[in-house]
Design a protein around this ligand. Structure first.
Ligand code: SF4
Length: 75
């Protein structure tokens, strides 16, 4: 079964946090305001596993990100 991940491109993001507001149980913000996964190691902080229940909100975050810094990836 494919795994869906929400990838955050920190080089494009400006750290305003809209995605963290849409997925507050999955995405927090670091000390500079940039979004990062609440769980997982450092290398996984910009690739957030998305379960079926969060797909709609993740889709919305991708569509609303003002800097096109979010993508949904399927493994
Ligand atoms: S919505 Fe986009 S620009 Fe805003 S914090 Fe999230 S990834 Fe960054």
């Amino acid at each position: 079964m494919a795994t869906t991940r929400l990838h955050i491109d920190w080089t494009a993001c400006d750290g305003r946090g809209l995605c963290a507001e849409l997925l507050p149980h999955l995405i927090g913000r670091d000390e500079w305001g940039y979004p990062a996964a609440l769980t997982g190691g450092v290398s996984a902080r910009s690739d957030i596993p998305i379960g079926q229940a969060d797909l709609e909100a993740a889709d919305e975050a991708v569509a609303l990100c003002p800097l096109v810094a979010l993508r949904l990836l399927a493994d």
